[in-house]
Design a protein. Structure first.
Length: 167
């Protein structure tokens, strides 16, 4: 059974570890060990200082902190950042529970829209968000590679408005 509660100071180490898990997943998705720097967990501390952070919640299962979700608010617009579930607890409904909880929080706080920004290659996240009703595209983030990497390989396969993109 998963329970969701507000983040507390005692959750700091567990949430830093969840942030590291999220960063590691991105490293694997993009085959780039440099993503997040040497200590990606420290980015969680920066997230705590974000003035748009309206709420942060953890998921507990079997007395362990296994998930984390944040809600950013800005002028009536809301964004989920981050949503992360420990590897061992993925595909058990923890992410869905955190997502549903945050949707209700955003609704209660009067948000007009709720957005989420998964990385383009995170097909698991894209499927999860799509099945939860996130079917509107509000903005697209595009990149221009200024320093070509010998390691990173951009994949072909996405088209939008008659234009081909790599991701």
């Amino acid at each position: 059974m998963t329970s969701i509660r507000p983040y507390e100071d005692r959750d700091l180490d567990a949430c830093r570890e969840l942030w590291r898990d999220l960063t590691q997943a991105h490293r694997e998705i993009y085959d780039d060990p440099t993503i997040g720097g040497e200590d990606p967990g420290i980015h969680f501390d920066r997230h705590l200082a974000d003035p748009r952070l309206a709420g942060l919640w953890v998921a507990e299962c079997e007395s362990a902190t296994v998930g984390l979700v944040g809600l950013l608010m800005n002028d009536g617009e809301a964004e989920i950042e981050p949503l992360v579930v420990a590897r061992a607890y993925r595909f058990r409904g923890v992410g869905r529970a955190l997502l549903e909880f945050t949707v209700e929080e955003a609704r209660t706080r009067g948000a007009r829209h709720l957005s989420v920004r998964p990385v383009a290659r995170n097909t698991e996240a894209l499927r999860c968000f799509h099945s939860a009703g996130f079917r509107l595209l509000g903005r697209i983030e595009m990149f221009l590679e200024l320093v070509p990497s010998t390691r990173a390989t951009w994949k072909p396969g996405i088209a939008m408005h008659g234009r081909r993109f790599r991701y």
